[in-house]
Design a protein around this ligand. Structure first.
Ligand SMILES: [Zn+2]
Length: 239
C-alpha cells in the first residue's frame, strides 16, 4: 500500500509525499523545493521520483531542488515537455507506469492546461488530481475549452467511489460556498459546507475527499452536459 503525506506549500498549494511498502518514495508537484527538501530530511526520506501534473510554476518550481537533493527521476506529461525542464520519464495515457510495486494509470485531463494529467493508483485507491478536480470544484480553464474540461471530469467521475482525491489547492471553502449558491436545495452540499467551515475554522486541511463525496456535492461533476458545465464555470469565475 501507498501512504500519502500532505505538505502545504506557498499560499494554498498542496504538495504530497508518497511512500510505498517496498520503500519507494515520490514527491508530487513540488511548488516549493526548500520546503519539500526540509520535510524529506525531517522524515529521513529520499525520493525516487517526482510526479508533475502540469507545468504551472506553483507545481514545478521545486523540481530542481528536490532532484538535486534526491537524484531522482522526474515524471511529467509528455505534451508539456517543452514547458517543464528536465522531464526524465514523459508519460501519456498509454504509458505503463508503476510505483511502489503498484500500477499507476495516467489519465489525460486537458482543460486547466492543455497537457494536464492526473495519476490514479487503483490498488491504493488514490487519485492525484492536480488542478483538474478540486474538492467541490475544478480548475480554471486557462488552456482548454469547457468541453475539454467537462470530458476530463467525466473520466474522473467514474473512478471507484472510495478513491481518495488529493488535489493541488486548498480551495474547498470557497468552492463549497459556490456549490451551495448554485444548488441551494441540495442537502448533501449544505451539510458538507457546514463540515468544511468547521474544519477550516480549526485550520485543518479538507483533503482528501473521495470520488463518492465529489459526485454528490461537486456541482461541476454533477453537470449533465458540457453546456451546463460551461455555465457553472463562468458563474464561478465571477462569484
Ligand atoms: Zn495550475
Amino acid at each position: 500500500m501507498i501512504s500519502v503525506t500532505l505538505v502545504p506549500v506557498l499560499e494554498d498549494n498542496y504538495s504530497y509525499i508518497l511512500t510505498a511498502d517496498n520503500g519507494q518514495c515520490a514527491v508530487i508537484d513540488p511548488g516549493d523545493g526548500e520546503e519539500l527538501v526540509r520535510v524529506l530530511k525531517q522524515k529521513s526520506l529520499i525520493a525516487d521520483y517526482i510526479f508533475n501534473t502540469h507545468h504551472h510554476s506553483d507545481h514545478v518550481a521545486g523540481n530542481h531542488a528536490v532532484k538535486s537533493y534526491c537524484k531522482c527521476k522526474l515524471i511529467g506529461p509528455e505534451s508539456e515537455m517543452k514547458r517543464i525542464a528536465s522531464i526524465d520519464i514523459p508519460v501519456n495515457a498509454q504509458s505503463a507506469l508503476t510505483f511502489g510495486g503498484e500500477d499507476v494509470q495516467v489519465i489525460e485531463t486537458p482543460g486547466h492546461t492543455s497537457g494536464h494529467i492526473c495519476f490514479y493508483f487503483p490498488d491504493s485507491k488514490i487519485l492525484l488530481s492536480g488542478d483538474t478536480l478540486f474538492a467541490m470544484g475544478c480548475g480554471r480553464l486557462f488552456e482548454g475549452s469547457a468541453e475539454d474540461m467537462y470530458t476530463s471530469l467525466q473520466k474522473l467521475k467514474f473512478l471507484p467511489g472510495d478513491t481518495r482525491v488529493y488535489c493541488g489547492h486548498e480551495y474547498t471553502l470557497a468552492n463549497a460556498q459556490f456549490c451551495h449558491h448554485a444548488a441551494p436545495d441540495n442537502q448533501d452540499i449544505t451539510n458538507r459546507l457546514k463540515e468544511i467551515k468547521k474544519i477550516r475554522d480549526n485550520g485543518a486541511p479538507t483533503i482528501p475527499s473521495t470520488i463518492e463525496e465529489e459526485t454528490k456535492t461537486n456541482v461541476f461533476l454533477m453537470a449533465k452536459s458540457a453546456e451546463e458545465f460551461a455555465s457553472l464555470r463562468t458563474q464561478k469565475d465571477n462569484f
